[in-house]
Every structure is written in structure tokens, then in C-alpha cells.
Design a binder for this molecule. Structure first.
Ligand SMILES: Nc1ncnc2c1ncn2[C@@H]1O[C@H](COP(=O)(O)OP(=O)(O)O)[C@@H](O)[C@H]1O
Ligand SMILES: [Mg+2]
Length: 365
């Protein structure tokens, strides 16, 4: 029953498992370049972040002391290269203390693989998604700023917009409008432009929004440089914006140009006037959503896109591995950049289908 050193078979197995994990960690960190090089009398040597404690789970958790000069983000950046060599799908890296330590949890499956139920809306914030550690990612409607959403067909853009708009619609200060070529997303909102109608009518509609914005700007109180939220927050959704511009350009390039001008003004000046633009595209093509427009969108969300240059367009700070892996993301999984937080992989909330969306908007009205 008891082994040589008084250990039970189970304890021996655990000790072996700890040793296996520690060994795999050392090799994986070296392979991933997560090392500090120092010179010693016997020549240069590499040091990896040191495992000081192993909690055997599931989930298995490693307490790791970083090498001087390393930050938790360095471990996060190497995670996708370390994980497979530890037999894991991914790593969750959480800072501990003042940044000298991290807790690394080995994830044996994608924590975002499950559909994320939609919680009751409460408080001052809207839910954008749930991150890999199960934390809700929220934002106040004001701080959302302008929003850019991209993703291939079937990647989860509409489902995300259903969740976003149905939360916003609950709020008394928020109004929702926009242009929707398919006529589906914005159908519950009276006043939105549905379908691809007369190009001139679409341009006139946007010109009225710009005129409304100009009027709102003149009503900004003298002691402020923005319109208080209480005076209303208008979300202008431009569904399939590149497609809209292509349609307008083909019909009359002058109208396409007018519309670009109006949207540029809404983006540049809308924020202080309580106007938020939501740009939706299958791909945030540089020729359609230029760098100025992208720069003005403080919330950017990318569902699956085929090519990782498209990820980089909206998230210039994305690392190569994350961008490449995102080409096969499940519907509803997105990369999110929002003010004050590093690029985060999230699962967007799922409110149910279109019927549920229409019902929620109806009950908010
Ligand atoms: N957040 C999500 N959670 C679970 N399933 C989702 C989610 N988002 C999308 N899906 C699934 O993917 C399908 C396509 O999503 P949809 O939003 O219509 O894509 P898109 O608008 O990008 O074409 C949905 O019908 C649903 O089955
Ligand atoms: Mg859609």
C-alpha cells in the first residue's frame, strides 16, 4: 500500500503529474521564447518563469513567478504556443500580486464553446459578451462610443446586434435608427430606412440626421463641450455599410460621395452631440471604412473573418496567433477592443432568435 517514502499510490501519481507539468512548462516556455537570457561563468543560460506551486484540478492551476522584466501580458502572448505542449486547449493567465506572479489555469476545452445565455438587463451598462474567464464584459451606452462590427456571413453579427439593440432599447434616453439594406435588423424601429430604395432618399435621410446633429451641437450648454446624456442618445446603425455604398456608387457616384460625407461628419462630430454610429460590415474594407473612420470607433468587434488582415484592420494590436485562430471561430465568438481594456476574446450574448429580438424591442417601446 505504502511506497518507499511513505506515499500512497495516489500521492505518487500526483507527484508524477506535478513533475510532468513542470517539465512540460519549462520546455514549452523555451520553445515559445518566454525566457530570460543571462550570462553565467559557464556561458549564457536561459531562465523560464518558475512554477512555485501546482494545484491539481481539474482545472490544473500553476502558480508562476515571472522572471525580472516579464509582465503577465508576455505569458498571455505566448499562451497559444505553450498550451498545446502541455496537453491543453488554452491557458487562462491571471496576474497575482503586483505583477510578479501569475496564476495559469490549463483549459482543456474552449471556455467560449458554450452558448452564452442572455441575462436580465440591469444597471447602467450593456453586456457585450463574456470573456474566457467567465467575466462579463460591459460598457455604459455613452462610453460605447461609435461601434464597428465585422464578420463573415453566419459569424454572429446579427445575433450580437439583436442583443445590443434590445438592451439599448430598454433605456428611456436611447433612440435607435439607421439604414438597413436587408430591412430585417431595423424593422422593429419606426423611422429607420429599410431596404435599398431610391438612392436620393437614403442621402436625404442621412442629411437630415446631420442637420439634427448640427442643431443638437448648438444646444450644448455653454459650460460643457458635449450634450448631456439626458438629452438623448441616438444610435445610427448602418447595416452592411460597404454594400450600401456599393449600391449608391453604382446608382450615382455623386450620391455615394454625399453619403460618405454625412457619415464622416456623424463620426467626427456625433459623439459630443449624443450620436453614436454603429458600422456593420462583413469586412471593414480599408477602401470603405478608412483609417479615420476606424479610429473614431472606440468599440470594435470582429466575428469570424476569413483572412487575418481583416482582424488587424480593426485590432492593430492583435498577435499573429490570435488573428490566425480567429479564422475558424464559432458563431458568436468575437475579438473585442473597447476603451480601457486589452483586446479580449468574448462570446457574445445569445438572446434567442429573431422572434425574441422583435418581442424585446416591442416590449421596450
Ligand atoms: N452568440 C451566439 N451564441 C450562439 N449561437 C450563435 C451566436 N451568434 C450566432 N449564433 C448562431 O449562428 C447563426 C448565424 O448568426 P447571425 O448572427 O445570423 O450571423 P451573421 O449576421 O453574421 O450572418 C445564428 O443563427 C445562430 O445559430
Ligand atoms: Mg446578419
Amino acid at each position: 500500500m505504502f511506497g518507499r517514502r511513505g506515499l500512497t499510490a495516489e500521492e505518487r501519481a500526483d507527484a508524477e503529474e506535478v513533475q510532468r507539468l513542470t517539465h512540460a512548462w519549462d520546455r514549452a516556455c523555451q520553445g515559445a521564447g518566454l525566457v530570460r537570457e543571462v550570462s553565467t561563468v559557464t556561458g549564457p543560460t536561459v531562465l523560464v518563469p518558475e512554477i512555485t506551486f501546482v494545484h491539481l484540478g481539474p482545472p490544473d492551476r500553476l502558480t508562476v513567478r515571472l522572471q525580472p522584466g516579464m509582465v503577465p501580458a508576455d505569458v498571455q502572448a505566448a499562451a497559444s504556443r505553450i498550451a498545446p505542449h502541455m496537453g491543453a486547449y488554452g491557458l487562462r493567465v491571471e496576474p497575482r500580486g503586483i505583477g510578479q506572479w501569475v496564476i495559469v489555469t490549463l483549459l482543456y476545452s474552449d471556455p467560449l464553446a458554450e452558448t452564452q445565455p442572455f441575462p436580465l438587463v440591469s444597471g447602467d451598462t450593456v453586456l457585450l459578451g463574456t470573456d474566457e474567464s467567465g467575466q462579463e464584459v460591459t460598457q455604459t451606452p455613452t462610453d460605447l462610443g461609435h461601434i464597428a462590427v465585422q464578420g463573415a456571413t453566419g459569424s454572429g453579427k446579427s445575433a450580437f446586434l439583436y442583443a445590443l439593440l434590445s438592451q439599448l432599447a430598454q433605456r428611456p434616453e436611447v433612440e435607435i435608427t439607421g439604414v438597413d439594406p436587408s430591412g430585417i435588423l431595423l424593422r422593429p424601429f419606426s423611422g429607420a430606412m429599410l431596404g435599398l430604395g431610391e438612392p436620393g432618399v437614403i442621402a436625404d435621410y442621412l442629411s437630415r440626421l446631420v442637420a439634427g446633429m448640427d442643431k443638437r451641437i448648438t444646444s450644448i450648454p455653454l459650460d460643457r463641450d458635449y450634450l448631456p446624456d439626458a438629452d438623448g442618445l441616438l444610435f445610427v446603425v448602418l447595416e452592411e455599410y460597404p454594400g450600401l455604398l456599393r449600391y449608391l456608387d453604382a446608382a450615382d457616384p455623386k450620391i455615394g460621395k454625399r453619403v460618405r460625407g454625412y457619415v464622416a461628419r456623424l463620426l467626427a462630430e456625433g459623439r459630443k452631440a449624443g450620436i453614436r454610429v454603429v458600422l456593420v460590415a462583413q469586412r471593414a474594407e480599408a477602401s470603405v471604412i478608412g483609417s479615420t473612420e476606424r479610429g473614431q470607433c472606440s468599440t470594435r468587434i470582429t466575428f469570424r473573418v476569413d483572412n487575418h488582415d481583416a482582424v488587424k484592420l480593426l485590432h492593430p494590436d492583435v498577435d499573429q496567433d490570435t488573428a490566425a485562430a480567429h479564422a475558424s471561430a464559432l458563431p458568436g465568438i468575437a475579438l473585442l477592443s473597447s476603451p480601457g481594456r486589452p483586446l479580449t476574446r468574448v462570446r457574445a450574448p445569445w438572446i434567442g432568435g429573431y422572434g425574441e429580438y422583435v418581442q424585446r424591442i416591442g416590449s421596450a417601446a
